[in-house]
Ligand binder design. Structure first.
Ligand SMILES: C[S@@+](CC[C@H](N)C(=O)[O-])C[C@H]1O[C@@H](n2cnc3c(N)ncnc32)[C@H](O)[C@@H]1O
Length: 299
């Protein structure tokens, strides 16, 4: 059983202040605004209504989205320029920006832990504690996880810089093994041994990285598709799904019984993620007695 209280879920993690405020009861219940989903027959409308009823952290999300929309000027022509600048900064992150991102991820990890104990690994033998970070760079979550479990061993994957990936800023640590590769090419680990010769990535799929019995107490799945990632055109329209599914498939296969997964979602009320959460709940409550903590980027 994970340290995170009795298979509890955090269905929404927008920012810690949202969670805190919600838990402190400083937010009010509200109906989903029409702009969230105009079709009240749609699955995402039903999911939104359910989340508003059941998940206090969700209550403030529509307001925050609206605020972000106004601040970022989505309804304003200057918005395009703003986003163009943001994209450039993210794609060409200099050392200062990279450090800022690393600090930000550490802080988010710290705040999540304060509220949920999510990084705490329970185990009688600390030497056997193991962490898997599917998309580690810059390394903020892993830094937090290692601070809390200093004896744990960790494996972290990350997209190579030569393919558009980011630097890992986590200080070198003898218990940490970093592997720079595109995780969506781990076909052997995903059970695919029969890649057709004509496949556009035929020569690129990678050999096995995990042994079949390898298990981890904590699995972090917060990879995000990068614009800088150079990839074959056939991948373009489904890269986000490809990345999410790779992380979930490998994470679920290698998480220990009673372990914890941290999974990043982008739009928690979408049908796709609703189904994912339903699947996760089924796994948590019936099969693995494990915890999944969903984190959310809201916009
Ligand atoms: C939000 S960041 C992860 C933050 C990190 N977990 C932390 O705590 O600092 C998303 C990461 O996903 C990685 N990524 C995106 N596509 C990937 C792929 N196909 N294979 C491996 N890593 C990938 C990116 O390189 C990027 O570092």
């Amino acid at each position: 059983m994970s340290s995170y209280s009795e298979q509890t879920w955090y269905s929404v993690y927008d920012s810690v202040s949202v969670v805190q405020n919600a838990l402190q009861g400083t937010v009010l219940y509200q109906e989903a605004p029409a702009s969230q989903s105009s079709d009240n027959q749609s699955p995402s409308y039903a999911i939104t209504q359910y989340l508003l009823r059941e998940v206090p952290e969700f209550w403030r999300l529509p307001k925050l989205r609206q605020k972000a929309k106004c601040q970022k000027g989505w309804e304003n022509p200057e918005g395009d320029q703003f986003f163009e600048k943001q994209r450039k900064t993210a794609d060409n992150a200099d050392k200062k920006t990279a450090k800022h991102f690393f600090r930000m991820m550490k802080n988010i990890g710290h705040d999540m832990h304060q509220m949920t104990d999510v990084f705490c690994i329970n185990g009688l033998n600390p030497d056997k504690q193991a962490i898997l970070d599917m998309c580690v760079a810059p390394g903020g979550f892993l830094a937090t996880a290692l601070r809390i479990n200093p004896q744990a061993r960790a494996i972290g994957f990350s997209l190579p810089k030569s393919e558009g990936g980011h630097n890992v800023l986590l200080p070198k640590h003898h218990n940490v093994s970093l592997k720079f590769l595109d995780i969506t090419l781990l076909a052997t680990d995903m059970g695919r041994l029969d890649i057709p010769n004509g496949h556009p990535d035929a020569g690129k799929f990678l050999p096995r990285q995990f042994s079949s019995e390898q298990r981890f107490d904590l699995v972090i799945c917060d990879g995000q598709v990068l614009r800088t990632h150079e990839r074959a055109t056939y991948r373009e329209h489904r890269e986000a799904r490809r990345l999410t599914l790779t992380q979930l498939a490998l994470g679920l296969e290698h998480v220990k019984l009673g372990g914890t997964m941290i999974v990043l979602l982008h739009k928690v009320e979408s049908r796709r993620y609703g189904m994912l959460q339903h699947l996760g709940q089924t796994i948590c409550t019936t099969k693995l007695s494990m915890s999944i903590v969903w984190t959310l980027i809201s916009c």
